[in-house]
Design a protein around this ligand. Structure first.
Ligand SMILES: Cc1cc2nc3c(=O)[nH]c(=O)nc-3n(C[C@H](O)[C@H](O)[C@H](O)COP(=O)(O)OP(=O)(O)OC[C@H]3O[C@@H](n4cnc5c(N)ncnc54)[C@H](O)[C@@H]3O)c2cc1C
Length: 445
């Protein structure tokens, strides 16, 4: 088994991915006697939990992104390479980029995951998901263009379709997006238009499962659904989307099939690992789950290659209580920190306890003064949960790039209900003014 953890030359650690998992691995190796190379196809770390704020015009992309070089500038043993890793040769111990090979003694793969269309990838064009800065800008374009086009539209049916927003998926992203769109429509934009009444906007949140935010205690899911309804979001649980064709969403509630026409359909469901999962499986024989996540050992390594670790959303770790750990930032950061410890301990010839995730709780934002926080015995909802959510996010953003100013600005825009980043940009910035090609088959409720 190739493993050169005990040799004399500087130990080379290559980390693929500068998200939460990769970045925390690299940061935790700052004082270790190793050389670290962090490779990412983007030159910045993206704070994904606040992407929905960019998509709905509260924050700008730069507010939630930190250049990897600056985050790691004090880690003198670490170099950052901008580029995409296309392949891995585990026997030669090197990763392949388009223009170079990078050798390693230990490899940490942290390339993440994204949403999944459950085999219906053709829905993506009509219903974009939220994962990257580009996704957020595209969603922002669609949301604000819909209001602009509605202002110009004289046909009531077409106008109704423009003022109908459908969000698919009742996890945190779906809840946050639909809550933020409700705030936009019913509060922020209230006085900004002359021909339309934005309070006539319809917002639907479609969730396949029995309840939204299923990872929370049932009473918090219920509280979140109630708050969303109060904000003006129509929450539909046990509702499966069966088709998306241009601006028509077909969904099934029990035996009843319905169609709704919406110019803005957003996707926030499912999980699909990044392609690096399949590449690892092919090259190392590692097993993947149905979502393409790599099934890892108790120490987050791969069975046949103890010097290759997988952390974060790309890893399927189920050695704590048999359940796969969720794809959330605290899991990725703790796994990154753990792997950094394993690398150092192995170099000293020491054994390492298996990874144990410390679950401090879950939280989700619904809208102004409304969030839900589940800390096990302590459960918060409403205003106090909202303040807690805010403080936690301030804490984590500051870690990255002194983003206190951003959070103050954000808190201010929340209180004043102003959204300063309502820009419509991109190549298709005016295309929304075109007429709708599909007529609604059913009157939107
Ligand atoms: C919209 C949204 C909202 C979320 N909200 C929350 C939340 O409120 N709370 C929470 O805890 N979690 C939330 N999450 C989940 C959280 O962001 C992820 O669990 C976390 O980012 C996973 O970290 P990671 O390091 O595994 O992957 P990522 O953070 O996705 O990082 C992967 C990195 O790998 C790079 N990369 C990928 N492929 C390659 C390649 N071939 N070569 C080079 N580089 C590559 C990417 O550019 C990226 O920088 C949210 C996620 C999304 C998308």
């Amino acid at each position: 088994m190739p493993n050169s953890l005990n040799n004399q030359k500087p130990h080379e650690v290559v980390v693929i991915g500068g998200g939460f998992g990769g970045l925390y691995t690299a940061k935790s190796l700052r004082k270790a006697n190793v050389n670290v190379t962090l490779i990412d196809k983007r030159n910045f770390h993206l704070f994904q939990p606040l992407l929905y704020q960019v998509a709905t015009g509260t924050l700008s992309p730069g507010d939630i992104s930190s250049p990897l070089r600056s985050v790691l500038s004090k880690s003198k043993n670490t170099k950052v390479l901008l580029g995409e890793v296309n392949d891995i040769d585990p026997d030669a111990q090197q990763v392949m980029m388009a223009d170079k090979f990078v050798p390693y003694d230990t490899l940490v793969v942290a390339t993440g995951a994204k949403h999944s269309y459950f085999g219906n990838d053709d829905w993506q064009k009509s219903a974009p998901g939220l994962k990257t800065v580009e996704d957020a800008i595209e969603i922002r374009r669609r949301i604000f263009s819909a209001f602009e086009a509605a202002e110009r539209e004289t046909d009531p049916a077409k106008r109704r379709a423009l003022l109908t927003f459908v969000v698919v998926g009742g996890g945190p992203t779906g809840v946050e997006l639909s809550g933020a769109i409700a705030e936009l429509a019913y509060k922020t934009l209230e006085e900004d238009f002359r021909n339309i009444d934005t309070s006539e906007t319809t917002i639907l949140l479609l969730q396949g499962g029995e309840r939204i935010l299923p990872f929370l205690a049932p009473e918090l899911s219920q509280a979140a659904a109630k708050s969303l309804e109060e904000f003006g979001v129509s929450v539909h649980t046990k509702t499966r989307v069966t088709n998306i064709d241009h601006d028509i969403v077909t969904f099934k509630q029990g035996d009843e099939v319905q169609e709704i026409t919406s110019k803005t359909i957003l996707w926030a469901a499912g999980i699909q690992a990044s392609p690096m999962g399949r590449i690892l499986a092919k090259r190392t024989g590692a097993e993947c789950d149905r979502a393409g996540r790599v099934i890892v050992e108790p120490d987050l390594s791969i069975k046949e290659y103890k010097n290759i670790f997988v952390v974060g959303d790309l890893a399927n770790f189920s050695h704590n209580d048999g359940k796969t750990l969720p794809g959330v930032a605290p899991v990725a950061t703790q796994e990154g920190e753990y792997v950094a410890k394993v690398i150092q301990k192995r170099m000293r010839g020491k054994t390492v306890e298996p990874f144990k995730y410390n679950d401090y709780g879950n939280l989700a934002m619904i809208g102004q003064n409304a969030a839900v926080v589940d800390l096990g015995p302590v459960k918060l909802k409403g205003f106090f949960a909202w303040v807690f959510w805010l403080l936690i996010h301030i804490y984590f953003l500051i870690e990255f790039d002194s983003k206190l100013l951003v959070m103050i600005q954000w808190a201010w825009s929340y209180m004043t209900r102003k959204r300063g980043s309502r820009l419509i940009t991109g190549k298709e910035s005016l295309s929304f003014a075109k007429v709708i090609t599909h007529q609604p088959k059913m009157e939107n409720s």
